[in-house]
Structure formats: C-alpha cells, structure tokens
Design a protein around this ligand. Structure first.
Ligand SMILES: Nc1ncnc2c1ncn2[C@@H]1O[C@H](COP(=O)(O)OP(=O)(O)OP(=O)(O)O)[C@@H](O)[C@H]1O
Ligand SMILES: [Mg+2]
Length: 314
C-alpha cells in the first residue's frame, strides 16, 4: 500500500455545483517526492490543502478520499484531524508571513506546536526548539528563537516556517510554491534543505510549483494538472524525456533552455466555471482530435507508471 493515496478527490465551491478539483487520483511511496505542476488556477493549491483536510473559505470537499499511512482523512472526526495535522502531515507556503504569527517570537510559535503534540517539560521544549532551528540552517538558534517574524530576512523566515512545520515531526510535508517569492540563491538553498530533509530524515514531500526546472530537480514523480484534472503522470525523467500530453509538451517547449524558448504556449486555462464538456485542453491543443470536441478523455495507462488523459493514446 502506498504511503499517500489520493482517490477520486472532488473539491468545489461550497453550496454550488461547481467543481474545481475533479476526480484527482495519485499515489506516493514513503520517502518519495511528488511534484505537482501546472499553470495558475489549475487546482494545485486546493489539492495541496486537501491533504491536510484544510479548505479556503467558500471551498468544500464533495467526494473522494485522502489516505495517509492507511488512515482515511475524510472519514475522521474533526478532532481526529486536528491531532493528525502537524503531526502526520504539515504544510509550508509561499509567503511565511501569512503562516507565521506576527506577535509571537519564532521560539514561542514552535513551542506552541510542541505543547500541542508532545508531553515535554520547559527545558526539553527549549532544546527541541534550538535543535529544529539548527536543523533548518538557522544560525545562533538561542538568539534567533527570540526574534519576531518581521525581524528575520526572507530566507530565514522561510527556514523558520519549515522549522515550525517540522516541529510536530510530520512524515508528509506539503510544500506549496515554497520558493517562488525568493531570489535565485535563496531559492536553491531552500530546495537543498528540503531535499536534504527528504534524504536524511526520509520526509515524504508533495512539492507544488509551476516551475518545470525546480520540479525536475526535486521530484521523483510528477503529476501535471490542467483545469482541475491530472492530465499526465509519470516518473520525472520519463515525463521530461517522453512527454505525451500536448499540454505537457507545450509547457516544456515554453520553458527557457540555454537562453532560448522553443515555442510559447499561448492563451490561458479554460474558465474553470464554464468547463467544456469535451477535452478541457481542446481549445488550446495544437493537434486537436475529433473526439476531444465532444467527449471527455479518461486518464489511461500508457506504460508502466506513465498515465495520460488524451484520446491519441490508449
Ligand atoms: N476560496 C476560493 N473561492 C472561490 N474560488 C477559489 C477559491 N480558492 C481557489 N479558487 C478557484 O479554484 C481554482 C483552483 O485554485 P488553486 O488555488 O488551487 O490554483 P493553483 O493551481 O494553486 O494556482 P496558482 O498557481 O495561481 O497558485 C481557481 O480557479 C481558483 O480561482
Ligand atoms: Mg497555488
């Protein structure tokens, strides 16, 4: 049984019949890193939050389940989910200021998490806080623990958020564009930190990004999202060497390589509120097929571990 299994997950607007994430399924083995790739508005973040059973205002879970280490997240009570959140699965976001509390020091915030999940005395908590800060590469943890979020540089703040996410000793970390707001050097440092946490501590990671280069570097397996659906899924090198879906191909061709861009992907993602009945990529497809106009393609297995949602295959 895989460590993480997302099964036919459907999310949508609360009280309305509008789906935003449509029958998304994927699985991940322990210690693996899954990359979720796709343009803005494709449903990457909603899917990421759903792995913690968290939803932005106005969004609801319609159906499907998320199974983490054999536990069905959507069959638990609210109370059980609270215990699991932070402990089994944690999340880090693009903007640490939105997830850090401005009126508490970094040390105090980490302490809150420790108090909630573990039975430790004051001294043990202090040692644990310093260890966590050291682990994420924050120098002088005794001093830094007393800093407020706004007193830290962008890179250190991102590291503090990671320390807070790790405080509950989660086995799964959802990283939603954690480096998008950082400059290139800091970006690489944070990516290296996450990769190290994966390799040394066996942390399983779902890494969300619209950046192909980052996904290719960090992930062992990739899901490509388009208009709320998975349109292609494969092991990373297979996906980049042998992309099948026209959307994946266009994404790769739009990505600068040695200072050149092969072909820019034009247009935008279909309006998610007026999804066409047929293939959702039909309007933008370079090589549209007849079936795609009216019928909606299923995700089919092309070869071992490689799946695609396109009538030209399978
Ligand atoms: N709270 C909300 N209320 C209404 N619609 C929402 C809400 N949150 C997201 N959506 C819609 O759901 C769709 C998916 O949003 P999501 O944030 O998952 O996209 P994303 O792939 O993460 O995009 P980005 O790359 O811009 O972060 C979008 O069309 C978005 O407008
Ligand atoms: Mg997002």
């Amino acid at each position: 049984m895989p460590f993480l299994e997302v099964k036919d997950l459907v999310l949508g607007l609360k009280g309305k019949n509008v789906t935003l994430v449509d029958k998304v399924s994927f699985s991940l083995e322990k210690k693996e890193i899954l990359g979720i790739l796709g343009e803005s508005g494709c449903g990457k973040s909603l899917t990421g939050f759903s792995l913690l059973r968290l939803f932005p205002p106005g969004i609801a879970h319609y159906s499907g389940d998320v199974i983490i280490d054999g536990i069905s997240l959507y069959k638990l009570s609210e109370e059980e989910v609270l215990k699991l959140r932070g402990k089994k699965v944690a999340i880090i976001l693009q903007d640490p200021l939105s997830s850090l509390n401005p009126v508490l020091t970094i040390g105090e915030q980490i302490e809150e998490v420790l108090k909630y999940h573990f039975n430790l005395n004051k001294n043990e908590r202090k040692e644990r806080i310093y260890r966590l800060l050291r682990e994420v590469g924050i120098p002088d943890p005794e001093i830094r623990a007393k800093s407020y979020p706004h007193q830290l540089s962008g890179g250190l703040r991102q590291r503090a958020m990671i320390a807070m996410a790790l405080a509950g000793e989660p086995e799964l970390l959802v990283a939603d564009e954690p480096t998008t707001a950082l400059d290139v050097t800091l970006q690489i440092q944070i990516l290296e930190l996450l990769s190290e946490l994966n390799q040394k501590k066996g942390l399983t990671i779902v890494f969300i990004s619209h950046d192909l280069g980052i996904i290719r570097w960090i992930a062992s397996k990739v899901c490509v999202f388009y208009a709320g659906e998975v349109v292609e899924m494969a092991h990373t090198e297979e996906l980049f060497n042998n992309p099948l879906h026209p959307y994946t191909r266009s994404l790769i061709n739009s990505y600068p390589k040695e200072g050149k861009i092969k072909k820019i992907l034009k247009g935008g993602v279909v309006n998610i509120y007026e999804k066409p009945g047929g293939c959702r990529y039909f309007e933008r497809c370079e090589n549209p097929c007849k079936e795609g106009e009216k019928s909606h393609p299923e995700l089919v297995s092309v070869k071992d571990g490689h799946f695609v949602r396109c009538f030209r295959y399978g």
